[in-house]
Design a protein around this ligand. Structure first.
Ligand SMILES: [Zn+2]
Length: 259
C-alpha cells in the first residue's frame, strides 16, 4: 500500500507541475500534450515516466539534449513522499468517513503543492485555485461532523478558520498588504478548517513563522538586510501538514516540558 501511494504521488506530482505552467499561460490543461520547453518536441509516454525518465536521460531532453529543470523530478519526488507519509502517519481511522477524509486530504495537499509552486514563482495565490480548496475543506468539515455527529469538530473547524484568517486580515490591514498577502487571508480559511481549534491554529502560525525566520537568517547574513522576500503561503501549507499529523504530539510534548 505504501508503494502504491508512492507511485500515485509521483503521478500526481508530474501533473502538478504541468498544471501550474499551463494554468499560468492560460492554456487548457486537459487538451494539448506535454512537450520539451526548448525544442517543443511532443514527449512520448517513455519520456513521461515520473522521476525515472529524468534520471534515465541524465536530466536532458531526448531530442535536443538541452538540460531540463531539476524542479520537475523534485516536485514528483516531494508529491510521492507526501502521499506515502500521509498513509503511514494518517492520524485518523480508515473507516468510510476516514477514507473520505483521506481522499480529501490527498486532493488538498495536491492543491497545496500547486499553490506553493505558484507562490514561489510568481508571489501570488490565485483565487481560482484557493477557493476550490476552501470549498473542499468546508465540504469535508460538514460531511465528517454530520457523519460522526460531532458538533465540536464542526465548531473547531469554524473557530480555526475565523482565527487564522482573522489574524491574517488584521496583519494585512495594518501593513497595507506588505507583511502578508490577500491570498494568505483567503487560504487561512481553508487551513484553519483543516487543523481545527484555537490551539492548533496558533501552533500553525507559530511553526510557519519559525520556519520563515530560520530560512531568512542565511539570507539576512548574506545581504545584510532582514527584508527577505520569502512568500508566506508555502510556509503556511508546510505548517498545516506538520500540525495535521503531529499537532497533538507537539502540544503534549510541550505541556510535559512545562509541568
Ligand atoms: Zn528538447
Amino acid at each position: 500500500m505504501i508503494i502504491i501511494m508512492f507511485m500515485f504521488g509521483m503521478l500526481f506530482g508530474s501533473s502538478v507541475y504541468a498544471f501550474v505552467l499551463r494554468y499560468h499561460e492560460h492554456k487548457s490543461w486537459l487538451k494539448g500534450r506535454s512537450e520539451c520547453d526548448y525544442c517543443h518536441h511532443v514527449l512520448q509516454p517513455l519520456d513521461l515516466i515520473p522521476i525515472f525518465s529524468w534520471l534515465a536521460l541524465g536530466g536532458k531532453c531526448r531530442y535536443c539534449s538541452k538540460r531540463l529543470s531539476w524542479q520537475y523530478p523534485l516536485v514528483e519526488l516531494v508529491a510521492a513522499i507526501l502521499f506515502a507519509l500521509s498513509y503511514i502517519f494518517w492520524p485518523l481511522s480508515f473507516n468510510s468517513l476516514g477514507v473520505f477524509q483521506f481522499i480529501c486530504w490527498l486532493i488538498l495537499i495536491t492543491g497545496f503543492m500547486i499553490l506553493s509552486i505558484y507562490d514561489l514563482k510568481w508571489y501570488t495565490l490565485p483565487d481560482k485555485i484557493v477557493f476550490p480548496l476552501v470549498s473542499l475543506s468546508f465540504l469535508q468539515l460538514v460531511v465528517v461532523s454530520t457523519g460522526s455527529g460531532s458538533v465540536k469538530y464542526f465548531l473547531g473547524g469554524i473557530i480555526g478558520a475565523a482565527l487564522i484568517s482573522g489574524i491574517f486580515y488584521m496583519l494585512f490591514q495594518l501593513s497595507g498588504g506588505k507583511w502578508i498577502g490577500g491570498g494568505d487571508v483567503k487560504l487561512g480559511i481553508c487551513l484553519g478548517m483543516i487543523v481545527g481549534g484555537p490551539v492548533n491554529s496558533v501552533l500553525l502560525i507559530f511553526i510557519a513563522s519559525l520556519i520563515g525566520t530560520i530560512l531568512a537568517i542565511p539570507f539576512a547574513l548574506k545581504n545584510k538586510t532582514i527584508k527577505a522576500h520569502i512568500p508566506f503561503g508555502p510556509l503556511l501549507m508546510v505548517a498545516t501538514v506538520i500540525v495535521f499529523f503531529f499537532g497533538s504530539d507537539l502540544i503534549s510534548w510541550y505541556t510535559h516540558l512545562l509541568t
